[in-house]
Design a protein around this ligand. Structure first.
Ligand code: NAD
Length: 353
């Protein structure tokens, strides 16, 4: 049994589905179901006894203790977070509460549980913290990609809160000996991505005939990784990562945002041409840049590749094609996420464990 937090969100849900497609080991999934959590992401697991969903907060110490004692997981994988940079700029409070205070409460509950384990399960136990490359700050155009030794220089309330949680995880290892692992991954994309983030927003707006907003000059560079490759990296680190280590995860796919939008438009032009025969690029609209917008992130994932033999399965071209196809085939998912109707569905479909 493993305990996953935030497993109804974009990466967490992909991880739970991926895990259960390769393991028979059950998953307890603790998620608060904020606006970003969506149990429709896990509808295919309805009736599957290997998935136990619990609605709750990683900041709720009593609930955490109860779940750990009841299910006795051999590992905890922490995805739960507030994750959207724009939201963190307009309202940082939730980011401090979940990403910092919530991570602290989770670490404390896990530490108490781990301390009470017998020798072998105690030795085998793992706490894997899922984090981001944004903790390293912004890179100049010619600078080498972030390695695990790069200084932490977070620039947004989101990245600062994730950096704080990474430091807590590190300290719980060094001070208390908790067997932790941390992964710092670049931008993910793929199925089940909430349409406030760049790629799904562009697909959804394009199909709705709305403007495709690009911040500033669109030359902000990000490294992109298909979400299922992130999931396989987490599985691999959980399996064989060295305790107390951090592993960068990335796809070696550095691209300016404007290129991403052009790529999405080209795929839509091919797969779902506009009725008027024009390109979706006609809908691109440049808007005022985000305050403090980092210019470039680039991830050096060689440690993970060298030590643990991980490699992404998708190229950017194959992954983005799968992603656009998924959104074209799942308009009902987009409609549910946008309407919030899935919250009502949740009340009738799932009961707390
Ligand atoms: P998401 O916003 O799609 O999902 C977050 C999930 O956490 C949601 O289901 C939400 O309901 C849940 N949650 C929020 N607060 C909670 C709380 N207090 N208690 C329990 N559950 C709570 O985010 P995501 O994109 O899936 O990211 C998952 C993790 O991966 C985050 O920690 C994020 O920092 C990290 N990450 C994301 C990316 C990316 O490109 N999306 C890249 C690297 C790392």
């Amino acid at each position: 049994m493993i305990l996953v937090t935030g497993g109804a969100g974009f990466i967490g849900a992909n991880f739970v589905l991926d895990w259960l497609s390769v393991h028979d080991e059950p998953v307890v999934n603790l998620d608060k179901l904020t606006y970003a959590g969506n149990l429709h992401n896990l509808a295919s697991l309805q009736g599957d006894a290997r998935h136990v969903f619990v609605q709750g907060d990683i900041g709720d110490s009593a609930l955490l203790t109860e779940l750990l004692q009841k299910h006795r997981p051999r590992a905890v994988v922490n995805f739960a977070a507030e994750s959207h940079v724009d939201r963190s700029i307009h309202g940082p409070e939730d980011f401090i509460q979940t990403n910092i205070v919530g991570s602290f409460r989770l670490l404390e509950a896990v530490r108490a549980y781990w301390n009470g384990l017998d020798a072998t399960p105690k030795q085998d136990f793992r706490f894997l913290h899922v984090s981001t490359d944004e903790v390293y700050g912004s890179l100049d155009a010619q600078a080498p990609a972030f390695t695990e030794e790069h200084l932490y220089q977070p620039n947004s309330p989101y990245s600062a809160s994730k950096a704080a949680s990474d430091h807590l995880v590190r300290a719980w290892h060094h001070t208390y000996g908790l067997p932790v692992l941390t992964t710092n991954c670049s931008n993910n994309y793929g199925p089940l991505h909430f349409p406030e983030k760049l790629i799904p927003l562009m697909i959804v707006n394009a199909l709705a005939g709305k403007p495709l907003p690009i911040y500033g000059d669109g030359m902000q560079v990000r490294d992109w990784l298909y979400v299922k490759d992130h999931c396989s990296a987490i599985r691999r680190v959980l399996e064989a990562g060295r305790l107390g280590e951090t592993y960068n995860v990335g796809g070696w796919n550095e691209k300016p945002n404007v290129d991403i939008v052009h790529h999405v438009c080209s795929l839509l032009d091919e797969l779902r041409p506009r009725a008027d025969g024009q390109s979706y690029r006609e809908q691109i609209s440049y808007v005022k840049d985000r305050p403090g917008h980092d210019r470039r992130y680039a991830i050096d994932a060689r440690k993970l590749e060298r030590e643990l033999g991980w490699k992404p399965a998708e190229t950017f071209e194959s992954g983005i094609r799968k992603t656009v196809q998924w959104y074209l085939e799942n308009p009902q998912w987009v409609a549910q996420v946008q309407s919030g109707a899935y919250r009502d569905w949740v009340q009738t479909q799932y009961a707390n464990a």
